[in-house]
Design a protein around this ligand. Structure first.
Ligand code: GRF
Length: 220
């Protein structure tokens, strides 16, 4: 049984869908802890299922790195096999991505790499596209730039607002998330294939070194 930690900031409708799916007999994953960077409304779903919650308030830390260290400490207590970012409206510090990747996935309300970032739905509308989408990706240290595990197109309809479009995207996001978690748990999706070859801290160090190319060719 794959154990999952889910991190949220908001209403947690994707979380709810995953909790409902995991309650079905035979679903090969279960949520062991729900975390948030604030007092998120979505905690109510965790409580309804008797699942422990962890709140690490971003605003109480001086740096993103300190917040990330505390979040890692509190989530790792539950030794999850997989961490799902489901509406977490904070970028994780690179050190935390390095610690958790590639067992770290994110849902996004656009057809990546189109419209990354915090306003994927708004940006698609503003661009006047006729289709956008939903994606589930492996998190890397960029913004919504990691490998895509699943995605689907959704039509933008005349008269759509950010709200109506997002409400049509969310059910697709939920379905893709559940399919991906099930696929990981069943061994159909092998996240180890997405392991970063070099942790981002080492990449930064290497690119700052004048002889990085020489070092790289030595390694090769
Ligand atoms: C989802 O569309 C997610 O991709 C986006 O925010 C929404 C989260 O909704 N970043 P909820 O908290 O699961 O209801």
């Amino acid at each position: 049984m794959l154990t999952v930690a889910v991190l949220i900031s908001g209403t947690g409708s994707n979380l709810r869908a995953l909790l409902d799916a995991a309650a079905e007999p035979g679903f090969p994953a279960r949520v062991v802890v729900v975390g948030a960077d604030r007092q998120a409304d979505g905690f109510a779903h965790a409580e309804a299922f008797g699942i422990p919650t962890v709140m690490v308030p971003f605003r109480e830390f001086e740096t993103r790195e300190q917040w990330g260290e505390e979040l890692r400490r509190q989530i790792d207590v539950w030794t999850p096999d997989l961490i799902v970012l489901s509406g977490l409206m904070r970028l994780l510090p690179d050190a935390l991505v390095d610690a958790w990747a590639p067992a770290l996935i994110n849902t996004h309300p656009a057809y990546l790499p189109e419209f990354p970032g915090a306003h994927g739905v708004r940006d698609a509308l503003a661009a006047g596209v006729s289709q956008t989408g939903a994606s589930v990706i492996v998190v890397d240290t960029g913004v919504d730039s990691g490998p895509i595990l699943a995605q689907e197109r959704i039509d933008v309809l005349p008269g759509d607002t950010e709200h109506t479009l997002h409400e049509r995207i969310k059910p697709v996001e939920r379905r893709l998330l559940i399919e991906v978690v099930r696929g990981i748990a069943a061994g159909e999706i092998d996240l180890s294939a997405y392991a970063p070859a070099i942790p981002s801290a080492d990449v930064a160090e290497a690119t700052e070194t004048p002889d990085a190319a020489a070092v790289a060719s030595d390694i090769a």
